[in-house]
Design a protein around this ligand. Sequence first.
Ligand code: ADP
Ligand code: MG
Length: 257
Amino acid sequence: MRLETRGLSWQAAASYIVEEVSLRVAEGELVGLIGPNGSGKSTLLRMIYRVLRPAAGHALVDGRDVWRLSARENARRMAVLAQEQAGEFGFTVRDMVLMGRTAHRTAFERDGPDDFAIVEEALRRVGVDHLAGRAFGTLSGGEKQRVLIARALAQEAGLLVLDEPTNHLDVRHQFEIMNLIRGLGLTAIAALHELHIAAHYCDRLFLLQDGRLVHCGTPAEVLTEPIIAAVYGVSARVRISPRTGRPRIELLPDELC
Ligand code: ADP
Ligand code: MG
C-alpha cells in the first residue's frame, strides 16, 4: 500500500502544530519520521491513522482519503501501534491478537476457524506463540511490542503506522523490533526517537521541526552534521559506514550549540 499526505495541517489555538506536511511513502518502504520532542510527529501520525481530523490537507492510502473511509474500512488497510495502550491489560495475548480480526467480520459474526488460524500464524511469525495464554499486562516491553505487531499482522493491513515502537526498550530489543518490522515487508511509517535506529533501518527519513517538514531523503542525506546541529541543537560527528552506506552518528553532548 502507498501512503501520501497533501498539505496536512493541525492547529491548536492560533499556532500550527503540524503545518502543510506533504510526503509520500511507496509500496514496501519503511520510512522514519524524526524530529525533536514536540516537533509534531505524533500529531502528524494521528491525522494519518484517523484519530485527529486535519485542519487542512489530506491523508491518502492507496489514493483514498482516510477520512472518507469508515473506521472499519481503514482498519483493513492500516494497522497502528500507538504509544498509548490503555485498558487492554486483562486480555490474554491470543485475545489481543484476535482483536486484529475485528475489522474483517460484522459485529454479529463470531470468530471463525480462519480467524483463529490467522492469529496462530501471526503469533508464530513474530515469535510469541509460547506467550499466547499469558495476560498481556504481565509481559515485558519488548514482548508487548511483539504482540502488538502480531495483532497488526492478523489485521492483514498493508500499511503499518508506528509511534515510537522502540520506546522504553533496551538496545538489543530495539534492534529486534526494528528487524521484525523491516522483515514484514509492509509499507511502514514510524516515528523514531533514536537517530541511530532511524539511520540503520529506514529507507528514507522525514525530519520535522516545529511542525514543518524540513528535510527528507535517505538517512545519509538527512542525518548530516549541519542538519543535526540546526534541528537538534547538538554537535554530531557523522561517518558513512563503508559497509552499509548508512550514517554512523556520534553525538557530543558536551558541545551543545
Ligand atoms: P512529538 O510527537 O514530535 O513529540 P507531538 O505531536 O506530540 O510531538 O506534539 C507537538 C506539539 O503539539 C507539542 O508542543 C504539544 O504540546 C502540542 N500539542 C499536541 N497535542 C495538542 C493539543 N491537543 N492541544 C494543544 N497542543 C497540543
Ligand atoms: Mg510523539
